[in-house]
Design a protein around this ligand. Sequence first.
Ligand SMILES: [Fe+2]
Length: 464
Amino acid sequence: MPVTQFDLPEKYRYQNGFDSYLESEASPGALPIGQNSPQKPPLGLYAEKLSGTAFTAPRHENKQTWLYRILPSCSHPPFTELSADASPESMTGGKLHFIPNQLRWDPFDHASSEATDFVSGLHLIAGAGDPTLKQGIGIYIYAAGKSMDERSAFYSADGDLLIVPQEGALDIRTEFGWMLVRPLEICVIPRGVRYQVHLAEGKPARGYALELYQGHFILPELGPIGSNGLANARDFQAPVACFTTDCGTTAFDGPNVYNVVAKFNNTLFATAQPHTPFDVVAWHGNYYPYKYDLGRFNTIGSISYDHPDPSIFTVLSAPSDHVGTAVADFVIFPPRWLVGEDTFRPPWYHRNTMSEFMGLICGGYDAKKGGQGGFVPGGASLHNVMSGHGPDADSYEGARNAELKPAKVGGGSCAFMFESCLMVGVTEWGLKKCCKVQEAYSEHSWGGVKVHWTGEGGSGSHLL
Ligand SMILES: [Fe+2]
């Protein structure tokens, strides 16, 4: 019997649809009828507009939401920059190093203590561009040993954050309502939205994240595939409004202090406001957090010959200004059938003008059998712009000699890729010993690649 949203607590009654115009009210009558900003909004609420694009963005790109809340977001004491102790290099990760070598990491450490929550356990591992110019991306690893404090909230002015849990479910309270995001699910928290991350069931959490400094994710074009396939719009879920009334009689006389931390140009700032930021009673708009179950992906592939480009597995895409070229594609490699005949079935060897950061949520990956620490859940790899890569030697030999019957690959597995048109740098944090970069990754993977040359002068010896 499948679990439906009605089997879950009431706070998880999601609304369905990608880039839809949605509305939700937690108290009847909280949404104004026929206008956005009445002289006196219903129930004594404040109307507040949250813009995700310029006011003047074309209608098909325009993103905004009207929030109806007990107190407006502006009512807080000034933000102050957190000290270096409280805002360690982890958020920025230190200087970026641009390296042409193929890189692979063993699984990243879990949070070393219960003192680490989602925000303090968020480490920039790689990135490109600059949030002040609204250009580029940041790639993160997170590890949290405890939930964020009940009276805290976090937001990023730098971009939309795509979160990919690898271990431990996240119970995320946002201004818009709650989302439960488990491994093999993802969520996107738009720029500016305040949220609080709890560890569901109290278990430690670890995963990956990508911050998009420019634009927003869209569903990829389907072209000749037609009107359905890959990630279907109806499977994206947005929260329903849910609020608390932790406020005093004016903005600055509330009973409880909420620490609000802002990420602003990759620097953390904090303020303590005496009222909850989770006081949105109703909202309507198309700028909202959402989640998606990767198990619902409709995987499409070759039914004749040749391995298609991995773009066939794109879940979400963040386009650059150049049509067909993404600042970030989020691509998954779910369980699927391979039936190609007279074909080398795994990914081919290639060099790419795009950079490819990969992670593994669970299981194994069909193009990497092992070598040193292997490509294992909780680890990662980076094949930067024009850095050659492909199956390791054993995988190549295996696939070259395999009997080509229909075969299901990737059972119980899901790898993913953040693919970007940008050359990404690796942070000092990412190159630290604690992050366990596999120093002999290249040699272990491809040092044993054999020569199969059968023309004149061929030898069959190893290349390295
Ligand atoms: Fe690749």
